[in-house]
Design a protein around this ligand. Sequence first.
Ligand SMILES: Nc1ncnc2c1ncn2[C@@H]1O[C@H](COP(=O)(O)OP(=O)(O)OP(=O)(O)O)[C@@H](O)[C@H]1O
Length: 267
Amino acid sequence: MSLALDTTSAAILEVCEVAVHFSGLVAIASMSFAVPEGEIVSLIGPNGAGKTTAFNVITGFLKPTGGRVLFRGTDLTRLSSNRIAGLGVVRTFQRTSIFAGCTVFDNVLTGMHRQGRTETWGALLRLASVRAETERMRAAVAEILNFVGLSHRAEELAGNLAYGEQRLLGIAIALAADPKLLLLDEPAAGLNPSETEAFMAVVQRIRDRGVTILLVEHDMRMVMTISDRVVVLNHGRIIAEGSPEVIRANPDVIQAYLGQGVKHAKG
Ligand SMILES: Nc1ncnc2c1ncn2[C@@H]1O[C@H](COP(=O)(O)OP(=O)(O)OP(=O)(O)O)[C@@H](O)[C@H]1O
């Protein structure tokens, strides 16, 4: 089946025939899709479909068995995760990784130095000197906290934040790394409906400020409301790709995923 990209925008990310095998288990058989610059693209599918594995390949945490991932034409599959993050491909994790004993402000400041997770401790050690020499960074942190609606919590210890606020802090930390492409791994997991609503608005505003977004999410109301395009994975293969309207009506997708009582599938 041809899954050609039907769009006029240039692709910021091209996933080309990526395969991932784990000693006999085929996590991704052969996956090709593109993410147009400036859009919100969602990757959906049942548990075990290969979504997180795809994120791990794109961000360099996992080398694929075959295929390539191109970011603005650069092959990412040969680069380290730190280098990939440095190019502007930044991810959040299913479990928010924050420093509970640091303030909200310092968590985001640390994110500014964070080319990848392994540099986090080095960044913390450098924090004092960075503080002294970079007022510009402090202003940028303040702007990001304002953007996600956490300004009033800036001096609070991150560990004291409510769960929904911690997820927003995860987003703020990712924004501090100046992403061009932001990968969000189940950002709405565990959020209540009003927190999810607020989160959706933040994700749309991030897109509106020019950051392209690749989203993995099981909350179908969020996916169908904010996505420009949806890619559906099942058993490591793409079974459909298109606008939310097209995906919602696709019988293969309904059978494989949407028909199985997925949260808010009807939007
Ligand atoms: N490190 C690993 N070693 C072996 N098998 C793995 C590994 N990581 C993932 N898998 C397997 O690969 C397949 C795809 O898993 P993956 O986590 O990518 O799915 P997913 O779509 O993200 O699922 P979920 O929605 O539950 O997060 C699953 O069968 C999983 O058990």
